[in-house]
Design a protein around this ligand. Structure first.
Ligand SMILES: [Zn+2]
Length: 512
């Protein structure tokens, strides 16, 4: 046992502690395997062989040691009480005699009775806190029992009926845990008895450990025993400040964080004017819609692990049944954890904007940065096609940052981002296939013309112009539409390259 406080104890205190352990073990009148195991762990600090022998002898002889008051410092007293409390429940039960023993020990250690009560409350809480009335069917017999200590796949049952190990059990939890009023049952839980032990308790004669084959479901009472909010209490949607938006609550697939707001643009509510790189600038509202700059908060961010995306499917919608994730959550999670400090630094101390529908330009830029980190990592998980999908998303987040900054007069920053995008595309281009290659060549040409970096433009223009000779492209397909757009726009830009260059443009929009 490693416990620095215990290590520091005087020999006299250690001896007192060892005797207290024996007393605790005997408090419920029997010795349990788990208790002996715990005792051996505690004895390992008693380097004194004589004392160890005497303690083990006491256990063998059923001797209850006499505890006398001892004067020690508070920290040591509390450390001893913590150990005794853990020991009191290793047999999964807290008998009245054990409670009495804990109280006596606390008083002998010079602690207040109020503190002793706290330790007892802690022990009770660890035992599972609430007890849930249920009807237990074993063979032909149905008995009223109470259950506690629920984990996903197991629970303890207080019962007056002896249950054989391996017996098949059917357990039905009462929907109303207060037994004063019967309101019905949840669906039956099928389980198997692992062991049945006699207990000295006012509640029942035996404790049975029931093991279930699969996790307990909400139809079987999971929400009740794990004190989860009822289905109806789960927040599903909210009303955003602007009526052009829909508000959904989502949960994070990576860390499980709940109630993350997600804003979705209503169809036909805002007019979008695309810039030369295909990024929308929202410039006016249709009909009775309120106007807002949707680019500011289209990325939703998990405030806990800072997972970020503008696509609701990468989260779990709380208004929908739990669905299959678009990505391998466990591989994502293990890698995502490592960058958390960096991401937290990016967000800074004030993270309240993550929850609010109002964002400054700077905050929105950060949200896109988090989305780039998220989708770059998602791209590492799957095949080439997944990689291309996420790469495309990351590029479009960077382009949106640039568009927003440019419109707010932050031209230098916006152009810096565009140059980085170009570099990223050029590096990735040799490994890009089909649609990804078309998109990349398209953007590289436009960015090069914008910056008047014309040396390599020919290479990418040729790639686009000769594309259909190298790859058969099905007429009317998505690939064919992408290609036609890319060829048309790059040809136009090349032909009037002076007008598409930075020194003739006030924004990334041609009409300005
Ligand atoms: Zn999260």
């Amino acid at each position: 046992m490693e416990d620095p406080i215990v290590e520091m104890m005087s020999d006299k205190t250690k001896e007192w502690f060892a005797y207290a352990v024996v007393g605790m073990i005997w408090a419920d009148g029997r010795v349990d395997q788990a208790e002996i195991k715990y005792l051996k762990g505690i004895l390992s600090f008693l380097k004194d062989k004589r004392l160890i022998t005497s303690v083990l002898e006491m256990i063998k002889q059923n001797t209850m040691p006499d505890l006398t008051p001892i004067k020690i410092d508070n920290d040591q007293a509390i450390a001893i009480m913590k150990h005794l409390t853990s020991l009191s429940i290793v047999d999964e039960e807290l008998a009245t005699s054990e409670e009495v023993f804990l109280k006596d020990a606390a008083v002998h250690l010079g602690l207040s009775t109020a503190l002793a009560d706290k330790f007892i409350a802690l022990a009770r809480k660890r035992l599972g806190g609430n007890r849930f009335p249920a009807s237990l069917l074993v063979g032909e017999d149905s008995v009223e029992v109470s259950c506690f200590g629920f984990t996903e796949n197991a629970c303890m049952i207080f019962t007056d009926r002896l249950v054989n190990p391996l017996a098949r059990l059917t357990l039905k939890l009462h929907t109303n845990p207060r037994a004063d009023r019967e309101t019905g049952f949840y669906n039956p839980i099928v389980a198997e008895a692992q062991w049945c032990r006699e207990v000295k308790s006012n509640v029942a004669k035996y404790v049975v450990k029931a093991a279930m084959k699969r996790p307990i479901s909400s139809e079987e009472g999971a929400r009740l025993v794990f004190s989860l909010p009822e289905e109806s209490a789960i927040k599903k949607t909210f009303e955003p400040d602007f009526n052009c938006l829909l508000g959904f609550f989502v949960s994070c697939r990576s860390c499980g964080e709940k109630d993350i707001p997600f804003w979705q643009l209503r169809t036909r509510s805002l007019h979008a004017n695309n810039n030369i790189f295909g990024i929308p600038l929202y410039d006016k509202a249709f009909g009775n819609s309120d106007f807002c700059d949707y680019n500011l908060f289209q990325v939703s961010v998990c405030p806990n692990c800072l997972f970020a995306s503008n696509q609701i499917d990468y989260f779990q919608r709380q208004d929908k049944a739990v669905g299959v994730s678009l990505f391998d959550v466990s591989s994502f999670k293990s890698r995502w954890q490592s960058g958390l400090t960096k991401r937290k630094k990016l967000v800074g101390k004030n993270d309240s904007w993550l929850f609010s529908g109002e964002r400054t330009l700077n905050q929105a830029v950060i949200s896109y940065e988090l989305a780039v980190l998220t989708h770059d990592q998602l791209g590492q998980l799957g095949d080439d096609e997944d990689f291309a999908t996420h790469q495309r998303k990351s590029i479009s987040f960077k382009l949106t940052q640039a568009e927003m900054l440019m419109n707010k007069g932050e031209r230098a920053m916006a152009e810096q981002i565009m140059l980085k995008v170009k570099k990223r595309l050029e590096n990735a281009f040799p490994n890009m296939a089909r649609e990804a290659g078309i998109r990349a060549a398209h953007l590289i040409v436009l960015i090069s013309i914008y910056f008047k970096n014309l040396e390599n433009v020919g290479e990418y223009l040729n790639y686009l112009n000769n594309y259909s000779r190298r790859h058969p492209v099905k007429a009317g397909s998505k690939e064919s539409k992408l290609l036609n757009l890319a060829v048309r726009q790059t040809t136009e830009a090349w032909q009037s390259k002076d007008q598409w260059a930075y020194d003739s443009m006030h924004s990334f929009h041609l009409d300005n």
